[in-house]
Design a binder for this molecule. Structure first.
Ligand SMILES: Cc1cc2nc3c(=O)[nH]c(=O)nc-3n(C[C@H](O)[C@H](O)[C@H](O)COP(=O)(O)OP(=O)(O)OC[C@H]3O[C@@H](n4cnc5c(N)ncnc54)[C@H](O)[C@@H]3O)c2cc1C
Length: 568
């Protein structure tokens, strides 16, 4: 059943076994799994099916440095389906090394390991509509496929057989609306959770205050609560209620909002391969019809040897904004920048201010490549605009085997990289707004520098060509567009010690017996991998935990009742 918060009688109390706050990929996956297990679920979602400006404005806040991090109402969507209404759909699991404590990555190590999450990845993959959980060439394709770069030696620091798989990209709100509407769950749209109330002892959450932008107000009481409001908003919700410590719920040790990570990403250098080098650039389609892409992944043993974080790189086209690429399609995209949504334009066409001369050169590139552009537009129309499963990104085949590298690297957890409340500035519902102060560390720079250096070495050593880049410019490139948008990680990190973490291995807030967090907020480290698949897998793991708990307490209740009936 899906209802509007405006229709809930004012000042009443809704009750449930599990109340989920947030209807994005994570909240929806959790709700579906709990429904399947027969748990009574109430999902509160701030937004509606479509985006509206007043609701989106509840996400507005400030940033310490806008060059380093976009304003918090960008790269997030406050509506049913959350940010999957605009995501790119790139899916891949974390690697086993990501869960391990590494003495060269400060604050690394999860209280669970890869094997704890693995059983939930296949179902997460299905929910993301990324096909089978098969992330190597060998498991995904029955027949051999062309090598990414033929001749890259088997003992290279980089493997080239791992895959990214692409979701449709699935908008979780649209895709699963029907299932939720028909099931026993109650989904309340337009329901903004504000203050969370604890019992007098401060150990249990007693109720949530829910408000609509139209002025309606009611309460929710549940046996268990799960915050699935996204990596930034979950921290805001915890900090905005005083809790037993007076510093925010779960924040007795001042950990909520700290260790905030995104990913380090950039496009760098020129991989100039010899004309004889055989390269596969672009997407493969798996037997289950999913677009897949290979990348160069820094092997775990090499990460250990170099004492750096996780790192991958993909072959990429040259930077769009520099018309020296002389490629009509890339120049066309650059000229179309003002029509591309902010979240995609920023990395495609943002950066250097363009001069008239640059614009004219781009226009010249376009005019000299009308057949190439026509073919591109036709392909885009058929395989992107009109297709249900969309071609994931622009791929331009260069005339010579010359590429730039698009890298995506792990960011080290850093307590000084944090989100806090902006006291004195409140949203339309009176909630303090968020302030984001994202920072990177020397180790982050080392990770990218070391990985690129070893790649340049391996390419030259194998006689494949040259990877030319400016080692002194690596840091500039890493932060040219600031933190990688949309990946909000670590603000309510998982750990065994309440002094350095917010939730335990079951995602339960250390200080509160019946409050849980789901989503990338709980990741203690960020991996090289995009976060959503792992966030959904962890949500399914949480669903299993909550369902077991329910079965356990139901049998305890039955036993107690039985004893009563027996007069014992
Ligand atoms: C442009 C872009 C591209 C991306 N591409 C990828 C990609 O290729 N691969 C990948 O893995 N990830 C990608 N991401 C990240 C991905 O979108 C997120 O990881 C994922 O959507 C997070 O899901 P979530 O459910 O945890 O949070 P959200 O999607 O943020 O959902 C949280 C929900 O909570 C609701 N909410 C918030 N506050 C309240 C409140 N107070 N009361 C009630 N409800 C509330 C919101 O309205 C929202 O619906 C991308 C993100 C962006 C922006």
């Amino acid at each position: 059943m899906i209802i509007e918060a405006a229709a809930v009688p004012s000042e009443t109390t809704l009750t449930a076994d599990v109340c989920i706050v947030g209807g994005g990929a994570v909240g929806i996956s959790l709700a579906l799994a709990l429904l399947e297990a027969g748990v009574d679920v109430l999902l509160l979602e701030s937004g509606n099916d479509a985006q509206d400006a007043a609701t989106q404005d509840l996400y507005a806040g400030t940033v310490a440095d806008e060059r380093l991090h976009s304003p918090p109402d960008r790269y997030r969507q406050r509506r049913f389906g959350g940010s999957t209404t605009i995501w790119g759909g790139r899916c891949m699991p974390f690697d086993p090394i990501d869960f391990q404590p590494r003495d060269f990555i400060a604050h690394s190590g999860w209280p669970i390991d890869y094997r704890d999450v693995l059983p939930f990845y296949p179902e997460a993959n299905r929910l993301c509509e990324a096909g089978d959980f098969a992330y190597t060439v060998e498991t995904a394709f029955p027949q051999p496929v062309r090598e990414l770069i033929a001749g890259l030696p088997a003992d290279s620091a980089f493997s080239s057989n791992t895959l990214e798989r692409f979701s449709c990209p699935t908008d979780f709100g649209k895709r699963y609306r029907q299932r939720l509407a028909q099931g026993d769950a109650r989904v309340v749209l337009g329901a903004n959770v504000g203050t969370m109330y604890l019992d007098p002892a401060g150990r249990r959450l007693r109720a949530l205050d829910v408000r609509t932008l139209g002025g309606n107000r009611f309460r929710v009481q549940a046996r268990r609560y799960v915050l699935a409001a996204g990596g930034l908003e979950t921290a805001r919700l915890l900090l905005a209620s005083p809790g037993a410590s007076g510093r925010g719920i779960g924040n007795a040790h001042d950990v909520v909002g700290r260790y905030y990570m995104c990913h380090l990403a950039g496009t760098i250098g020129t991989l100039d391969l010899t004309p004889a080098a055989s390269v596969w650039h672009g997407y493969e389609i798996s037997d289950d019809g999913v677009y897949c892409r290979r990348r160069l992944a820094l092997r775990p043993a090499v990460q250990q040897r170099l004492r750096v974080g996780n790192f991958i790189a993909r072959l990429h086209h040259p930077r769009l904004t520099d018309p020296a690429h002389r490629t009509g399609v890339l120049s066309l995209l650059c000229l179309a920048g003002p029509f591309i949504p902010y979240e995609y334009a920023k990395r495609l066409t943002g950066g250097e201010p363009a001069t008239w001369r640059t614009w004219l050169t781009h226009a010249g590139n376009v005019l000299s490549d009308i057949p190439g552009i026509t073919a591109f537009l036709w392909h885009w129309l058929r395989h992107r605009t009109l297709a249900e499963r969309k071609f994931p990104s622009v791929v331009v085949y260069p005339r010579a085997p010359r590429y730039s590298l698009d890298f995506h690297a792990e960011q080290e957890p850093n307590p000084d990289s944090r989100v806090t409340l902006e006291h004195g500035s409140a949203d339309a519902l009176g909630m303090p707004r968020l302030r984001v102060d994202w920072r990177h560390t020397r180790q982050d720079v080392r990770t990218v520098q070391a990985a690129l250096a070893v790649l340049a070495h391996d390419v030259a050593e194998a006689g494949l060509g040259r990877f030319l880049y400016d080692p002194a410019g690596v840091e500039h490139e890493m932060i040219r567009y600031g933190a990688y948008g949309g990946h909000h990680i670590g603000t309510a990190r998982m750990g065994a010690d309440p002094r350095s973490s917010v939730v335990d291995a079951n995602c339960r807030v250390h200080e509160v017996d019946n409050l849980y967090v789901a989503g990338s907020a709980v990741f203690p480290t960020s991996s090289q991998a995009n976060p959503t698949l792992t966030a959904v897998a962890l949500a399914l793991r949480l669903a299993a935990h909550l369902s077991r708990q329910r079965a356990w307490s139901a049998s305890r209740w039955q036993a107690r009742n039985f004893r009563r009936q027996e007069g014992r």
